[in-house]
Design a protein around this ligand. Structure first.
Ligand code: SF4
Length: 420
């Protein structure tokens, strides 16, 4: 029999053989117990790991692959991978599950763990199931039972989902990245002080939805802004040039229900999805700041408008490192990562127009020496393009998004060598 401990207000059952299992919420890998593994290391490739931090050139088969100083898995993704695979090992594999008194348990994910197809495929193959969401984007928890395990993805989830999961008595493995939780704290403080959160992010992205829910949790409201065009419209509302009601009607899906805005009293605070393009976020801040200054004067704007750059350090490092890499003489550049990955698609945007740029998900997109399947960062279309690998190609820039394992990068390099 295990002993019952109370640690920081949570009940923990310490099982035999040092395996410790939190019955309600697990937030760190160490909370699984002493015998944990850093599963993200399974995705490392030594020749590529050696280039991380410093950047450099990998010479293979007469080709030079140029790497930036920062690429691939970030600390948030490392943590999410560690925790989900530890969960799978403990609750889905018969040998380990047998050590737990409850035996094998069903494991669910709230959303894709990270935006990488190979990782998500592997999780499905291991038996992880996905919860569905309703029309309000909240998790459907009806079929969950006590004893089930629900893993919250690295993007986090709506605070109401967590409340509902707790009511169901399931074990929650929360892999939400710490950088995102920091943004939540800022949004909460805006709400507590009566500021509407203006969230620069993709409306339907899991992270954006989870973040704006924190404003509601603290009794506040939010407006989601995807781009500069929408920011200009909101700026005109602040200036009094566009009626509040017209803006609300037009952007219903970017606002909470029963949203009310009176521009003459409005106070707003900015936050961004952690993986947006920093330049765009800064421009949006300036667009809104100017509107507040025009309407309320410099001092009034200081009282009514707040901003804070919430782009995460890992995203910024990858964007900066790519800009540095683009200074080199390259024949083409490959950006490797999920087509639905926000940080990867922003890397592709940075390289677009400067070089022959191809955003691919994996080696499978390198169809032949003449054909490549890639996503255009401008319109988001995935198309087969021709003539990408020329006989005179020698210097290839290559980078990957924060959710792309090094093995995927390595496979892409091997595929290029095979095609040559
Ligand atoms: S990109 Fe940033 S916010 Fe997203 S998981 Fe990685 S560290 Fe966290």
């Amino acid at each position: 029999m295990g002993r019952l401990w109370i640690i920081r207000g949570k009940f923990k059952i310490v099982l035999a053989k040092g395996l410790k299992m939190v019955e309600q919420v697990i937030k760190r890998l160490s909370e699984f117990g002493e015998e944990v593994r850093h599963h993200h290391e399974d995705y490392a490739v030594s020749s590529i790991s050696a280039l991380r931090e410093k950047g450099g050139v990998l010479e293979r088969g007469g080709l030079h692959f140029h790497f930036p100083k920062a690429f691939g898995f970030c600390y948030g993704v490392d943590k999410a991978i560690d925790m989900i695979f530890e969960t799978c090992e403990r609750f889905l594999t018969p040998e380990k599950a047998a050590k737990s008194q409850k035996g094998q348990r069903r494991v669910f994910l709230t959303d894709q763990l990270i935006h990488n197809p190979s990782i998500n495929r592997k999780l499905r193959e291991m038996g992880v199931r996905y919860l569905r969401r309703d029309r309000d984007c909240l998790l459907r928890c009806d079929n969950l039972h006590k004893g089930d395990v629900v893993v919250v993805s690295a993007f986090g989830t709506d605070f109401r989902d967590i409340e509902n999961l707790k009511k169901k008595g399931v074990t929650i493995v929360d892999t939400t990245c710490g950088a995102i939780i920091n943004v939540w704290k800022r949004v909460e403080s805006y709400a507590r002080e009566g500021f509407i959160t203006v969230m620069h992010g993709k409306r339907h992205h899991e992270e954006t939805r989870a973040t704006v829910s924190q404003a509601l949790k603290a009794g506040g409201a939010y407006i989601m802004i995807e781009n500069k065009r929408e920011a200009e419209e909101l700026a005109d509302v602040v200036r009094g040039k566009i009626r509040e009601i017209d803006f609300i009607r037009k952007h219903r899906d970017a606002l909470p229900e029963r949203f009310y805005l009176e521009s003459s009293y409005a106070r707003m605070g900015m936050a961004n999805q952690t993986t947006m393009l920093k330049e765009e976020s800064l421009e949006i801040q300036e667009i809104l700041r100017k509107a507040f200054e025009e309407r309320f004067g410099g001092e009034g704007a200081k009282q009514r408008f707040r901003c804070f750059d919430t782009i995460c350090g890992a995203t910024q490092d990858r964007q900066d490192a790519l800009k540095e890499l683009l200074q080199k003489e390259l024949d083409l550049i490959l950006i490797v990562g999920g087509f639905n990955s926000s940080n990867t698609s922003h890397l592709a945007e940075i390289a677009y127009e400067r070089l022959s740029l191809y955003h691919i998900e994996s080696a499978g997109d390198l169809l032949s020496k003449s054909e490549i399947r890639s996503r255009c960062p401008r319109d988001g279309k995935v198309e087969v393009r021709k003539g990408w690998l020329k006989s005179q190609t020698r210097d290839i820039g290559i980078t990957s998004g924060a959710s792309t394992p090094d093995v995927v990068l390595s496979d892409a390099i091997q595929r290029i060598l095979d095609l040559r």
